[in-house]
Ligand binder design. Structure first.
Ligand code: GDP
Length: 200
């Protein structure tokens, strides 16, 4: 027993009719492909199996749901940003995600992972807009902060925060664990859990 969140894969949904029952509380993770979303989920939950499951072939375009406690779920939204995906795939993705944000009553928080060296992209902004429209609080995890010096990371965080007008921005590194504890506290608060035990 190493701590962290007990978690189990519930289902991967390619359309809304496969979503689990919309009760209890859940927190979603969104991010461009390669932004460090899986690593962030693993670092925050202390469970490496979680995000690996949703990277298995066939699951990358699904919304993947994990149970982390009684009627509490983590939701791994499909990554975005592959330049060459076909227009119909992009459209399916958009429909699925838009549906998820507009309908999901149990959604209580959204993490968006943004690579600190790339900055906010158009689709990141769309995720934040959809979350805001659904009145779901969001936090941006500015990932791979270890790639920059401390002062450069701080500057990036401040610049982005100034542009986002109120959305909290957290410098984050799965590698050196920068920001992991505050992200855990945020997750626990959104899910109504008292704490998430430290663990890796
Ligand atoms: P995803 O596609 O958004 O789920 O991204 P992954 O978590 O798979 O990470 C994409 C790449 O970024 C991998 O090569 C990771 O090793 C790397 N990466 C993820 N998090 C960090 C981090 O905190 N620091 C560094 N230096 N690299 C990271």
């Amino acid at each position: 027993m190493t701590g962290g969140l007990e978690s189990s894969f519930l289902t991967g949904a390619r359309s809304a009719r496969y979503f689990p029952v919309d009760s209890g509380l859940e927190v979603a993770f969104a991010g461009r492909s390669n932004s460090g979303k899986s690593s962030a989920i693993n670092a925050i939950t202390g469970r490496t199996r979680l995000a690996r499951t949703s990277k298995t072939p066939g699951r990358t375009r699904e919304i993947n749901f994990f149970a982390v406690a009684d009627d509490r779920r983590l939701v791994d939204l499909p990554g975005y940003g592959y330049a060459k995906v076909a227009a119909d795939v992009r459209e399916q993705w958009r429909t699925l995600l838009e549906h998820y944000f507009s309908e999901r009553q149990s959604l209580r928080g959204l993490f968006v992972t943004v690579d600190i060296r790339r900055g906010l992209g158009e689709l990141d902004q769309i995720m934040l807009d959809w979350g805001a429209r659904a009145r779901v609080p969001a936090t941006v995890l500015l990932t791979k902060s270890d790639k920059l010096s401390r002062s450069a990371a701080r500057r990036s965080r401040q610049e982005l925060a100034a542009n986002l007008g109120g959305v909290p921005v957290l410098a984050f590194s799965a590698l050196d664990r920068d920001g992991v504890e505050p992200a855990r506290e945020q997750l626990a608060a959104w899910l109504g859990l008292t704490a998430i035990a430290a663990g890796r």
